[in-house]
Design a protein around this ligand. Structure first.
Ligand code: F6P
Length: 324
């Protein structure tokens, strides 16, 4: 293939720019024309495209977000919108398309594959909820951001002997909350992948307080069925401690990409170009045990989550709580 395109779709994530830069550099070195599609599938529908060249990507690897922007496009899910998208790929003589995004974006990518478009999917989401790959782009930075923010906030909570409940992003996936909880030694963890309840959280925190913890931390994921404010209320009324609830929010998406996310972005960007150069398409790239791989795009949706119960148990052992 001599003419390919790249787009980002869904929630942006740190590392997308590093990945785009690697794609541009690899295309430039191999004399491949690269088209950047702005604003994801919506931009494709509106034919909002531009050539991407080395000058466009100088130094972008150090910043979060994506220079070609992203969007969630309801129109792409309509017959008419989808048709327009396909027509614009033809109009621009695109032979292969690289899609960087999460679950929704991969669904769109599979629809394109079924319509005969040559696609490579790169998992780009802080949520880490594409389970065929150990990591998705942006997860490492999101956790680092969460850990840094929690660490800072803990200082003031500790000065006031206050409890704090942190809510992490991740949609239905508890990975950001889990990894952050272990790194900061949270006293209780509420994620959908394990059983949790308000009485259990209260008992976990009571246990830590009985061991002298003055500023206990509860970590929860945004997909949790219980309300953060309810946990705060129960902590205050049952344990007689002042408590606060903090949603970590977009700080998790906006951080300077870690070396790991940059490295993943570069490796996957290069792999995607290599695959398209060899006319190998309809693949999703991933990483396992530090090795990058590609696998059929249409199959990855069936891979089930392997939640890290061992990490939950590390945390519980730390607080002498029974393992699950
Ligand atoms: O998928 C990434 C993510 O940041 C989720 O963790 C979160 O639920 C969602 O996107 C927020 O989406 P939006 O940017 O549309 O508010």
């Amino acid at each position: 293939m001599r003419r390919i395109a790249v787009l980002c779709s869904g929630g942006d994530c740190p590392g997308m720019n590093a990945c785009i830069k690697a794609i541009v550099d690899a295309c430039d070195s191999n004399n491949i024309d690269l088209i950047g599609i702005n604003r994801g599938y919506q931009g494709l529908i509106e034919n909002d495209v531009r050539p991407l060249e080395k000058i466009d990507v100088a130094n972008i690897e150090t910043i979060a977000g994506t220079i070609i922007k992203t969007s969630r496009s309801p129109e792409f899910m309509t017959e008419k919108g989808f048709r327009k998208a396909i027509d614009n790929l033809k109009l621009n003589e695109i032979e292969g398309l690289i899609v960087i995004g999460g679950n929704g974006s991969f669904r769109g990518a599979r629809d394109l594959v079924n319509a005969g478009v040559n696609v490579i999917g790169i998992p780009g989401t802080i949520d880490n909820d594409l389970f065929y790959t150990e990591r998705s782009l942006g997860f490492d930075t999101a956790v680092q951001q969460a850990v840094n923010t929690v660490t800072d906030i803990k200082q003031t909570m500790y000065a006031n002997d206050r409890a704090v409940v942190f809510k992490c992003m991740g949609r239905h996936c508890g990975d950001i909350a889990l990894h952050t909880a272990v790194a900061v030694e949270a006293d209780s963890l509420a994620v959908n992948e394990i059983e949790y309840s308000i009485p259990q959280i209260i008992e976990d925190v009571r246990n830590s307080m009985s061991h002298g913890v003055k500023a206990p931390v509860v970590m929860m994921s945004e997909g949790c069925k219980i309300d953060m404010d309810e946990i705060v209320y129960e902590l205050q009324s049952q344990l007689h401690i002042v408590a606060r609830g903090i949603e970590l929010g977009y700080i998790q998406r906006g951080g300077v990409p870690t070396y790991y996310d940059r490295m993943l972005g570069v490796r996957w960007g290069v792999l995607a170009v290599q695959l398209l150069m060899q006319d190998m398409t309809n693949l999703a790239v991933g990483v396992k045990n530090d090795k990058i791989f590609s696998t059929p795009l249409v199959e990855v949706e069936h891979v089930l989550q392997e939640f890290r119960v061992d990490m939950v148990n590390d945390l519980r052992t730390l607080h002498a709580l029974p393992k699950i």
